[in-house]
Design a protein around this ligand. Structure first.
Ligand code: ATP
Ligand code: MG
Length: 358
């Protein structure tokens, strides 16, 4: 069992709380992503798990092995944690061939020579690089180097895989292929994984669960679907995808709709409103792709309609992006429809609206 448990983890650099009382678990074989903007504490958290940095406080354990416990003054050395770490810069040794790069972690771990060749072959075949064993890193493409870096980690059969932006050096197309391939490999090996990225699409595509970080804290930890559909804060709603925010007040909860919100004198229904009570100021969050535009007021729709004027339209290929001025706020809409008249009605379904704390 390689379940990772992080409890109350903190890391302070002088006055900077890089990681501030962070707790989470990664189940055996689970893929959890730490997602957040630059400087939010992702790498610091990962390094603490790997043992490359001594935390200020907290406890980290994997299965029944405690890696770090500030209260007991316990700190297991990185080489005894059996973590496989892959960085953004693959850091392959340039003077060693692919096979020698993979042999190195095995010799450090005193794996018998007789077994090394077999393990190297196995790891290279996992990343589909068997025929490149004799090449030097400079004779490989970026994507191939990235696979070798991963193989060098998998070769010693780590109990935990820690990946810090491993795909960010790849161009856009290759990055998508590498992402799909990494996901399949991780699922096949069922290796407990923490993945660090600031790329929300990558996080949504790869993860079993996503921990969204902001200012050294985890602000939401949930499945990709939940993070996208049920954000609990405006930060999460806008960092993962993008959202329109309408200022309003929660006026009611009803059995039919989770929340009824008054915005600009009109009533709107939202299907989700965590930790809010009637009378609270709220932001009604709606994603641009969920806003429907029509020249006529939509019929049979009760509420959730804003009247406005198109300020700008841009062509995005698959759809159009519209900026619309309503009486209270400018909102964005993305739709395949080409609207000719500047006067429009913008509407959205209650299940696509979320009422959150401002
Ligand atoms: N060795 C250090 N000394 C002082 N401050 C540090 C040190 N390492 C990190 N920090 C600070 O801690 C905070 C978190 O840094 P961290 O590297 O964990 O961010 P990150 O989320 O990985 O960002 P990025 O996406 O840019 O890699 C930042 O404010 C950073 O400046
Ligand atoms: Mg980082």
């Amino acid at each position: 069992m390689s379940e990772l448990v992080v409890e109350g983890l903190s890391k302070h650099f002088g006055g900077v709380r890089a990681v501030d009382d962070v707790s989470f678990t990664v189940g055996d074989g689970e893929f959890v992503t730490l997602l957040g903007p630059s400087g939010c504490g992702k790498s610091t958290t990962l390094f603490a798990v790997a043992g490359l940095d001594t935390p200020t406080g907290g406890k980290i354990s994997v299965g029944d092995q405690v890696f770090f416990d500030a209260a007991r003054g316990l700190n297991v050395r990185p080489e005894r944690r059996n973590c496989g770490l892959v960085f953004q810069s693959y850091a392959l040794w340039p003077h060693m061939t692919v096979a020698q790069n993979l042999a190195f972690p095995l010799s450090i771990r005193k794996v018998p020579k007789s077994e090394r060749a077999r393990r190297i072959d196995e790891a290279l075949s996992l990343v589909e690089m068997e025929s490149y064993a004799a090449r030097y890193p400079h004779e490989l493409s970026g994507g191939q180097q990235q696979r070798v870096a991963l193989a060098r980690t998998l070769v010693f059969e780590p109990s935990l895989l820690l990946l810090d932006e491993p795909l960010s050096n790849l161009d856009a197309k290759l990055r998508i292929r590498a992402r799909d391939w990494l996901k399949q490999l991780q699922r096949r090996l069922a290796i407990t994984t923490i993945y660090v990225t600031h790329d929300q699409i990558e996080a949504l595509a790869l993860s079993d669960r996503i921990a969204v970080m902001q200012g050294g804290k985890i602000v939401q930890l949930a499945t990709p679907q939940e993070i996208y559909r049920r954000p609990t804060s405006s930060f999460v709603a806008d960092f993962i995808g993008s959202s329109n925010f309408l200022k309003g007040r929660l006026i009611d909860r009803s059995p039919e709709f989770e929340a009824v919100v008054e915005v600009q004198g009109s009533r709107f229904a939202a299907a989700w409103s965590p930790q809010l009570a009637p009378g609270d100021d709220v932001l009604l969050a709606v994603r641009p792709e969920h806003v429907r535009l029509s020249a006529k007021r939509p019929v049979g729709v009760n509420g959730n309609v804003l009247q406005g004027r198109i300020l700008d339209r841009s062509y995005l290929g698959a759809r159009y992006h519209y900026s619309i001025q309503t009486s209270g706020a400018a909102i964005a809409a993305e739709t395949e429809d080409l609207l000719e008249s500047p006067d429009v009605f913008a509407s959205f379904a209650p299940e696509h609206a979320v009422a959150i704390r401002p």
